[in-house]
Design a protein around this ligand. Structure first.
Ligand SMILES: [Zn+2]
Ligand SMILES: [Zn+2]
Length: 142
């Protein structure tokens, strides 16, 4: 199996159109083999909610090391104060201890992939004003 590398064409986020940064990158592989980039785990996980079973697998960058690892096996810090990209922020960590340490310093809650899905699903269904303005603008324009 080929290991994905940082040389992958970065391009813009499929959800909000922002350019992605290595530290927050979230890469979705579709069942047809196509790869899609999202700017951060917020958009990556929104994409799972929107595209559902069209997504075969996903990789996400660890927030601290920028190393890619399986999104399904990540730990997520949700709704913390660090929101480099989309809101509410979701940051991914490949290590639970680091996710918990981060939570101590910056708040939010820590959970697994399924928790992050649920967190965003609720956020989207509430149409909350804390939603990401960029993402909402793009969605409204479609
Ligand atoms: Zn995005
Ligand atoms: Zn983002």
């Amino acid at each position: 199996m080929k290991t994905p590398t940082a040389q992958l064409d970065k391009g813009d986020c499929l959800i909000c159109g922002r350019s992605s940064s290595q530290q927050l990158l979230y890469i979705l592989t579709m069942i047809n083999g196509e790869q899609k980039i999202s700017c951060c785990a917020h958009c990556g996980i929104s994409a799972h909610l929107m595209l559902k079973d069209k997504v075969a697998m996903a990789l996400t960058a660890d927030f601290l090391s920028a190393k890619l690892h399986s999104a399904q096996h990540s730990f997520y810090n949700m709704g913390g104060v660090v929101d480099h990209c989309c809101k509410p922020s979701i940051l991914s960590f490949d290590n639970e201890k680091m996710a918990l340490r981060f939570q101590k310093g910056f708040g939010g809650s820590v959970g697994r992939f399924s928790d992050a899905l649920e967190f965003l699903r609720k956020d989207m269904s509430m149409h909350s004003t804390t939603g990401c303005p960029k993402c909402t603008a793009k969605r409204a324009a479609e």
